[in-house]
Ligand binder design. Structure first.
Ligand code: SAH
Length: 254
């Protein structure tokens, strides 16, 4: 009998952002695997086991869950946001590719979730309204030099940039370096959005500019959006501004 693996996106935090498909996948699992704080967001269900592991143990977690599924269990592996964005779905695919042949016979369902950049963008307007890209500033799985090269290329090509994992305790200097690099390409007035813990009780969304931005604005629960030359801020009396990137770009060198 072949088991089943669901890799489930929980969204950014607010239960209203959990899709009905994700809810059904969680309800149908015999065992849940994930990083502890993500598992804590899933209401307990009678008879369902849960196995919390550390944030950095993604491959080991995937391998354990796949091993259980190969024994016929219905398992769900949870991720914050979307499981395919800097998260567990790729780790599961890596383990299936390098693991025992029997794992290729498993039923695998990837259940999408609302990723942080979409939740932050929706809070503030439409900063991702035109061409954009997403980068992780974490150098756990790639060299910092490559991150700098990609940031340079993205800013130089005029993309709005969503930055995941902007800082960590281990590398407090990196975000400052990233800002310095962006300032070489973009005007000081370029809008920036810092979305902290969106969808959670301590949510905070700040709009600032590239020259005023500072490493202190970001922590591990912050998603940063760096505008392009087109991104605009619409001030509104008594309301937070709307940050948006218009749908049309006329300048070839924008
Ligand atoms: N799979 C997740 C991303 C995991 S990487 C997703 O799709 O959202 C972890 C990074 O995501 C954090 O460092 C932060 O940059 C961002 N993030 C995750 N949840 C967030 C939230 N609720 N608010 C703001 N940023 C968040």
């Amino acid at each position: 009998m072949s088991g089943h693996v669901a890799v489930v996106g929980l969204g950014p935090g607010d239960p209203r952002y959990l899709t009905p498909e994700a809810d059904a996948a969680l309800a149908g699992a015999e065992a849940l695997y994930g990083y502890g704080p993500y598992l804590d967001r899933v209401p307990p269900r009678v008879g369902q086991a849960r196995y919390a592991s550390d944030n950095r143990e993604e491959c080991a977690r995937a391998a354990t869950a796949l091993g259980r599924a190969a024994q016929g269990e219905r398992v769900a592996i949870v991720s914050g946001g979307d499981p395919g964005v800097f998260a567990m779905a790729a780790a599961v695919c890596e383990e299936i590719e390098s693991g025992p042949e029997s794992w290729r016979a498993l039923d695998v369902t990837i259940v999408p979730g609302i990723t942080a950049m979409l939740a932050v963008a929706a809070r503030i307007g439409a900063p991702l309204g035109h061409d954009f890209c997403a980068l992780s500033l974490s150098d756990n799985l790639k060299p910092w030099e490559l991150i700098e090269r990609r940031l340079d290329a993205a800013a130089g090509a005029g993309f709005v940039i969503a930055l995941y994992n902007p800082v960590s305790r281990a590398r407090p200097w990196q975000f400052g370096n990233a800002l310095a690099l962006l300032r070489r390409h973009l005007p000081p007035s370029t809008p920036m959005v810092f979305g902290h813990a969106v969808g959670r009780p301590d949510e905070r969304v700040e709009v600032t500019t590239l020259d005023a931005a500072d490493g202190k604005n970001a922590d591990m629960a912050t998603l940063v959006i760096v505008g392009s030359r087109e991104t605009r801020v619409v001030a509104r009396p008594g309301k937070s501004p709307l940050v948006y990137t218009p749908r049309a770009t006329v300048e070839v060198n924008a």
